[in-house]
Ligand binder design. Structure first.
Ligand SMILES: [Zn+2]
Length: 95
């Protein structure tokens, strides 16, 4: 994904971290999601209602409230869903 405003993304990430404060797994997921989004990875696409991304394992995950990764199947937070939430907030936030 390209053309994300770094300052705006950082604000959204900080707000998200504040919301999950005290939850280590979600804090890690948000941190990893922020890295993922800031990386300018071309294989990430926000459709408006879900976030499509090519995973390290070569599979395409479509994250919204759910995900197809191993962490999600174990009921754990994952960076994919965290990244999705960050993108929703990012798009809701005025420039
Ligand atoms: Zn996932």
């Amino acid at each position: 994904m390209t053309n994300l405003n770094e300052t705006k993304l950082a604000e959204v990430v900080e707000a998200a971290k504040a919301k999950v404060a005290g939850n280590k797994r979600w804090t890690n997921a948000v941190t990893n999601a922020a890295t993922l989004l800031a990386s300018g990875n071309p294989y990430i696409h926000f459709t408006g209602h879900s976030l499509l991304m090519l995973s390290e394992s070569g599979e395409i995950y479509e994250a919204n409230g759910t995900c197809q990764c191993t962490a999600f199947s174990k009921g754990q937070p994952c960076k994919h869903r965290a990244a999705y939430k960050l993108m929703v907030r990012y798009n809701e936030t005025a420039h």
